[in-house]
Design a binder for this molecule. Structure first.
Ligand code: PSU
Ligand code: MN
Length: 304
């Protein structure tokens, strides 16, 4: 079913038309964030968590050049097995379309397509941000600028500690992106609940987020919102433990000259190895946890 240039699954279209909650899900985590079959199993568990919250999941990717909103199990399986999908952000999204190839969408590209489809809430693991050593490398994810521009509420577990979290928060402030920690004072750090830094804003319930979104709307404030939802305590790896793994991976990446869009996938993969698989288990748990909250939020937004 096409909206001239994009394909929206029948289930997602029906949900949008009937006022049921829809949660957008990214696909770079599937193609570049986790190994097969953990990537497929996680993607399916995340979709299930959205359904249990009474919403319809809309995993987003570009398939044979067509931006596709809502993947069935067969397409999800194909994407999870593929090793040639382009990693697409704002800059390269249109190239996958014009070349007619497959691509997975990062937070930035998923926001663009979610907004095009009329989806307001999106669950991911962690956003891209300012990388360590950015003063030299200038490596700052396009996710941050997208949050400033595109009106989608992104539920994340914070920013990965492979990034420079203080600088990431500074850039988000400069860009006017609201950063809300959910249920705690500090901004979460992906695998760990606490980044050691207070979040700029705090909220304790889904209703509070909805009121905040409504207040922004009445003042015509453009752009998205970032929610930092801490990983459940039982699944976290404390930062004291995580920091050693991260330091080793970041040093190795610099030594090996890993650069550009390869940096995030490389570091994530290396940290899975160094942590003996523990980071992957936590990664799965936190994204499912985000899907649950995003589902509650999407239901509340849809019923307005
Ligand atoms: N979080 C994960 N795995 C990932 C990513 C985030 O656990 O693969 C992806 C997201 O798609 C995010 C992207 O948007 O990494 C950021 O990449 P870059 O730094 O190149 O913008
Ligand atoms: Mn980058």
């Amino acid at each position: 079913m096409t909206h001239s240039t994009i394909s929206i699954s029948a289930e997602v279209q029906t949900a949008l038309a009937s006022g049921q909650g829809v949660v957008a899900l990214e696909s770079t985590i599937i193609t570049h964030g986790m190994p097969y079959p953990t990537n497929r199993d996680t993607a399916m568990a995340v979709e299930q968590a959205v359904r249990e919250a009474g919403c319809v999941p809309a995993t987003i990717a570009v398939l044979n050049g067509i931006p596709t909103i809502g993947l069935d199990d067969e397409k999800l399986e194909q994407l999870a097995r593929s090793d040639n999908a382009m990693k697409l952000s704002r800059a390269d999204l249109a190239m996958a379309v014009s070349k007619g190839v497959n691509g997975s969408t990062t937070v930035a590209a998923t926001m663009i397509l979610a907004h095009l489809a009329g989806i307001k809430v999106f669950a991911t693991g962690g956003i891209g941000g300012v990388h360590q050593g950015a003063a030299e490398s200038f490596d700052i994810s396009a996710d941050l600028h997208e949050l400033a521009k595109t009106p989608v509420c992104v539920v994340s577990a914070g920013a990965k500690a492979i990034l420079d979290i203080p600088k990431t928060l500074e850039v988000l402030e400069t860009l006017g992106v609201p950063v809300l920690a959910f249920g705690q004072v500090n901004f979460p750090a992906f695998w760990s609940r606490d980044s050691g830094l207070a979040a700029p804003l705090n909220i304790n319930s889904v209703d509070e987020v909805v009121s905040f979104m409504q207040a922004r709307q009445t003042m015509n404030i453009e752009g998205g919102i970032l929610i930092g939802n801490p990983v459940p305590e039982a699944d976290e790896i404390p930062s004291s433990k995580m920091n050693g793994f991260i330091e080793q991976a970041v040093t190795e990446a610099q030594e090996q000259g890993i650069s550009g869009k390869a940096v995030t996938p490389w570091l994530l993969g290396r940290i899975v190895d160094i942590s003996d698989g523990a980071s992957l288990v936590t990664n799965q748990a936190l994204i499912i946890n985000n899907a649950k909250l995003a589902g509650q939020l999407a239901s509340a937004v849809a019923s307005l």
